[in-house]
Design a protein around this ligand. Structure first.
Ligand SMILES: [Zn+2]
Length: 485
């Protein structure tokens, strides 16, 4: 297990960045911006087709063959050079266009969530598929691809020197593909990454996310007849239970904000056999990656204790791990200005009726947002979620963006999110995202000062001792992690 001493100082500088002065990027003229927005509008039928196709494929992590192929084809047809299978991941790809100049990158996700199949209607109803787009990654990939194509057209038409990249990153839900891209150095020459994610409001506030380590604890015991000869058996399930109890007692003694969750993925076969095999699957999270690593090490020690107590043995597989997203307010304020320019969107009467029916199924909200509004820019925002964008954001200046693809009050990973992601509301939100990303990318191509300021902000937030070390260690991409074993 890697030492955490180098990681320890990483988060401290964030607290010191109380107010980042806005940097004057060179915004496009109104006419230029309108032209670029119009080119996204012209591409929006294509965006809508891709978004609906990928929503219908609803492929789970690392199995997104059709989804990845459709995104790659759209980019290839638009003149991008597309390299499939990067980082040893068959459904990952890197599309690029242009050469020299600033390198601006976009990210496309396209995996669905198992168990969340859902029709695009305002009541809970499975389509009977194994998965559904309950995190809207069908929209995420489609809008990023659209923005990349619009930016390429803009670079070509205006003879501007610059490189546009799009990283097709599968298995965001637990496969951590972006971490492998960073580990393999695939983004080391990128000047800025513009990410976005579907949501229930239009916002460019840059949030800090939780770092995470996930892993499986596999206990091995000795099988025996549970009534005739229990003394000859050693129960792997007992070990799993003692481990869980140890960790549950540990909860009082971990730093504030730590989140630990687990499921038992194997509890043996049947009660009359002392279980010779049992497995649990854990996540440990904290905003500070050093704390996450420290608590993870303690959870591992507790597993060894449980094995000792039960006469079993344990092996640990770190399945994944990522840093929490690191905000970049220099980029965030540029994204915000462009999001305000693009503005939100309104519902048709049918969409409003759909939204009202969905809203009635959601918990009461204190503050409701409208798809027509853009939320004010907030600094120092924290969101208790994780994303593999985190590792990118710790190594390349990275912005985030959320648009109102879902009805206000909808959480990700719910049937309401899966439903809206398959509707015209989802597509309208994705178009707002594509326009905002394209305008921001164009502005950054023309603003070396803004790119330099974003880089300086990243360096300051990283802290002077920063050395990037992936939290998932040296493991290979878990290409079979969604397989039922
Ligand atoms: Zn997501």
């Amino acid at each position: 297990m890697r030492s955490i001493s180098v990681l320890r100082p990483l988060l401290l500088p964030i607290l010191l960045l109380a107010g980042t002065a806005p940097v004057s990027a060179k915004p496009l003229s109104d006419a230029e911006a309108e032209k670029l927005e119009a080119s996204v509008d012209a591409l929006s039928p294509k965006l809508s087709t891709i978004a609906h196709d990928v929503w219908n494929y609803a492929e789970i992590g690392f199995k997104e063959t059709k989804s990845s192929a459709e995104l790659q084809k759209a980019l290839h047809d638009a003149g991008f050079h597309v390299e499939p299978g990067i980082s040893g991941i068959p459904t990952a790809f890197l599309a690029s266009s242009g050469s020299g100049g600033p390198v601006i990158a976009l990210l496309a996700e396209f995996d669905a969530l198992p168990g969340l199949s859902q029709a695009a209607i305002p009541e809970q109803k499975s389509l009977g598929a194994i998965a559904g787009h309950a995190c809207g990654h069908n929209l995420l990939g489609a809008a990023s691809v659209t923005a990349a194509i619009a930016l390429k057209q803009w670079l070509d038409q205006n003879h501007i020197k610059g490189t546009i990249r799009l990283y097709g990153s599968p298995a965001e839900e637990g496969g951590f593909s972006k971490v492998y891209f960073v580990r393999d150095g695939l983004l080391k020459d990128v000047d800025a990454v513009l990410s976005w994610h579907p949501g229930d409001a239009n916002t460019a506030s840059q949030a800090q996310l939780l770092s995470v380590i996930s892993g499986k604890f596999r206990f091995k015991g000795i099988a025996s007849h549970a009534a005739v000869a229990p003394e000859r058996g050693r129960s792997a399930l007992d070990a799993v239970e003692i481990h869980d109890v140890s960790v549950n007692f540990m909860r009082q003694h971990v730093p504030e904000g730590t989140r630990i969750h687990y499921v038992i993925t194997d509890g043996g076969d049947q009660p009359n056999i002392v279980p010779a095999h049992a497995e649990s699957f854990y996540y440990v999270r904290n905003y500070d990656p050093a704390i996450t690593q420290d608590v993870w090490d303690r959870v591992q020690k507790a597993a060894q204790g449980a094995a000792l107590a039960t006469g079993t043995s344990v092996s640990v597989e770190v399945v994944g791990g990522s840093y929490g997203d690191l905000p970049n307010d220099t980029l965030g304020r540029i994204v915000y200005a462009n999001l305000k320019r693009v503005g939100g969107f309104s519902y048709t009467p049918q969409e409003a009726a759909y939204a009202a029916t969905i809203a009635a199924t959601l918990p009461a909200q204190r503050v409701k947002s409208s798809p027509e509004e853009v939320a004010p820019y907030e600094q120092g925002h924290k969101v208790p979620a994780s994303s593999d964008v985190g590792d990118i954001s710790w190594t390349v200046p990275t912005s985030s963006l959320g648009t109102a693809t879902w009805i206000s009050g909808t959480s990700p990973h719910t049937w309401q999110a899966a439903s809206a992601s398959g509707t015209s509301i989802g597509v309208k939100g994705a178009i707002v995202a594509a326009k905002t990303l394209a305008l921001t990318g164009a502005e950054l191509f023309l603003s070396p000062d803004a790119l330099a300021a974003a880089k300086a902000e990243l360096t300051q937030r990283q802290g002077s001792d920063f050395i990037y070390r992936p939290l998932l260690g040296d493991r290979k991409p878990p290409l079979d992690y969604t397989d039922k074993k």
